[in-house]
Design a protein around this ligand. Structure first.
Ligand SMILES: NC(=O)c1ccc[n+]([C@@H]2O[C@H](COP(=O)([O-])OP(=O)(O)OC[C@H]3O[C@@H](n4cnc5c(N)ncnc54)[C@H](OP(=O)(O)O)[C@@H]3O)[C@@H](O)[C@H]2O)c1
Length: 214
């Protein structure tokens, strides 16, 4: 499968490595084709890995991942061209965090408008699933934790898209918790801040949520 990833940061690179390890072809996208991080990532990630612009990555992907700076993702989608997402599963790992007043960040726009919903509105012909936003990039693939596989929370409007996203999460080593429609992105984006604050208070960023049921 071809996976296009918008984002050359830690998340784009970590998810890109994961898909390459699972023998998918990955193109990492940036604003500029000459982005040095993207070029270096492709060079070190083998023959299945490449780098291009946001538009090239969106066109390339049968699945497209949003892994751009949260408050800049609307811009990234515009640069890529929303038409290149039509009919595709879009995995939205972004968090709309506002760092302008320092740490800890706050949710940009409060909980009035989630990024997941905004991205689904910008891409009406795509199937946006909010996922991979509630854990740090080092643990996104095959997390090894004493309590066993952690829980990956996801939400989206399309059942088939969520099923495919859940299969990907399971391949990546996660249990999956579906919390409903893309409207639930409000809560998953807020969960990111619970993760940040809990990490900061324990001074340990190697943590993930696990939902326990009986
Ligand atoms: N870091 C984590 O552990 C983690 C975990 C879960 C979720 N997230 C979320 O995942 C997303 C990616 O996080 P990250 O830490 O990997 O990287 P990041 O530093 O938040 O974002 C880097 C990407 O954003 C793009 N970007 C920056 N400004 C832009 C603009 N004005 N217009 C368009 N694109 C712009 C960059 O483009 P270029 O490639 O052109 O430089 C780059 O590809 C964020 O939304 C973050 O909140 C992060």
């Amino acid at each position: 499968m071809n996976v296009g990833i918008l984002g050359s940061g830690d998340v784009g690179q970590a998810l890109g490595r994961a898909f390459v390890t699972l023998e998918h072809r990955v193109m990492l996208g940036s604003r500029e084709a000459e982005n040095q991080k993207g070029i270096a990532w492709a060079k070190q990630s083998g023959a299945r890995a490449s780098h291009g612009t946001f538009g090239q990555a969106a066109r390339f992907g049968e699945i497209v991942v949003l892994a751009t700076l949260g408050v800049a993702t609307e811009n990234a989608i515009g640069i890529a061209g929303p038409q290149h997402f039509a009919g595709k599963l879009v995995l939205d790992a972004t968090n709309p965090l506002d760092f302008s007043k320092g740490m800890p960040p706050v949710l940009a726009g409060g909980v009035g408008d989630s990024a997941g919903e905004k991205h689904q509105r910008l891409l009406p012909d795509a199937y946006v699933v909010k996922v991979f936003n509630t854990v740090g990039s080092p643990l996104m693939f095959r997390p090894q934790l004493p309590g066993g596989p952690p829980s990956m929370f996801l939400c989206g409007n399309d059942a088939a898209a969520k099923k495919r996203a859940a299969e990907i999460c399971k391949d990546f080593g996660w249990e999956v918790v579906d919390v409903g429609s893309i409207g639930a992105a409000h809560y998953l984006e807020a969960m990111c801040l619970v993760w940040v604050l809990a990490s900061a208070s324990a001074n340990n960023w190697h943590q993930a949520f696990k939902l326990l049921r009986k």
